[in-house]
Design a binder for this molecule. Structure first.
Ligand code: ATP
Length: 249
């Protein structure tokens, strides 16, 4: 198995606050990896650091073996790595039609054949061509998140960084969007790194996970171990109790 994303002894300091301290994770190609932990434990910071959106103090990040330098990310990086955030409304420009939103990444990367690609992308996320000339405010939360997923997938990345991608959605819509993500991961052999406060979602979606606390990884588990409550840290046990979506096997 090749390593898609390798994070080695990564530290992030905001002003004087250590948001990540010596965090190391290796995520295999095609794997779905979860990051869980209490609020403020550094889950989003880890994703943001990979995307070049957090100030690195030390350590290294490699994508398919290539070292990322500093916080500047190349166009080639965004061909390989895309991010989907919790709030699609915040990440979709309100005055742009869905067509325009999907065209933008194609234009940035000089990808031709945009008509066909936009139609295919909308189809892949379960939205027909009828959505193409609508605006984000004319869509439901779940539809907007489908657009955000289409926009991430349209440049054919190999890695998706998913930051609470369904936590703003109602439970039934959440399940639909998670199923969609799982489907595209299988179809495209994508690597996922998924932040979620919901241990039920992580057990369902991920092969392995890291439990984070105060900017460090305190425990590493397979989802099977989590489902069987085969955990060693009381902190993880408390997270399980606090996560109402989590049903112990
Ligand atoms: N831009 C920033 N400037 C200063 N501190 C920040 C910044 N971004 C995050 N932090 C701090 O870093 C810590 C980790 O934040 P992070 O967003 O990674 O947590 P999280 O585990 O994703 O939490 P949540 O589940 O609430 O999203 C928090 O204490 C947060 O206040």
């Amino acid at each position: 198995m090749s390593i898609a994303l390798s994070v080695d002894k990564l530290s992030v300091i905001y002003d004087h606050f250590h948001a990540l301290k010596d965090v190391s994770v290796d995520i295999e190609t095609g794997e779905s990896f979860g990051l869980v932990g209490e609020s403020g434990s550094g889950k989003s910071t880890l994703l943001r650091a990979v995307a070049g959106l957090a100030p690195l103090a030390s350590g290294s990040i490699k994508i398919h073996g290539d070292l990322l330098v500093g916080t500047k990310r190349s166009k080639a990086f965004y061909r390989q790595v895309q991010m989907v955030f919790q709030d699609p409304y915040g990440s979709l420009h309100p005055r742009q039609t869905i067509d325009r939103l999907l065209l933008e990444p194609l234009a940035i990367h000089g990808i031709s054949d945009s008509d066909t690609r936009i139609a295919r992308a909308l189809d892949e996320v379960g939205l027909g061509n009828g959505f193409r000339f609508r605006y984000p405010h004319q869509l439901s939360g779940g539809q907007r998140q489908r657009v955000a997923i289409a926009r991430a997938l349209i440049v054919e990345p190999s890695i998706l960084l998913l930051d609470e991608p369904t936590s703003a959605l109602d439970a039934s819509v959440q399940a639909e969007v998670l199923n969609l993500l799982e489907q595209v991961r299988r179809d495209r052999n994508l690597t996922f790194v998924m932040v979620s406060h919901d241990l039920g979602v992580v057990t369902h979606m991920c092969d392995r996970l890291a439990v984070m606390r105060n900017g460090t990884v305190v425990e590493r588990l397979t989802s099977a171990q989590l489902a069987q409550a085969a955990v060693t840290e009381d902190y993880t046990r408390n997270l399980m109790i606090a996560s109402k979506g989590f049903v112990k096997a």
